[in-house]
Design a protein around this ligand. Structure first.
Ligand SMILES: [Zn+2]
Length: 61
């Protein structure tokens, strides 16, 4: 049982790492501007993916 638990935890950690690396580039999906340009970035879940929008384009969705 202990072994099964540790395996599950490892898989969970790997999954989180993949998610973090996929959103490491924090910039708008449409215009490419990000926090460095003074925009706030908001994540939005679409039917098949998570995309990021700046404050301007998020309100247009
Ligand atoms: Zn934008």
């Amino acid at each position: 049982m202990m072994k099964m638990n540790s395996t599950t935890m490892m898989q969970d950690a790997e999954l989180r790492h993949e998610i973090q690396s996929s959103v490491s580039k924090v910039e708008c999906y449409i215009c490419g501007k990000g926090l460095a340009d003074g925009h706030s970035i908001t994540a939005k879940t679409l039917s098949n993916a998570i995309v990021l929008f700046c404050d301007v384009h998020y309100s247009m969705q």
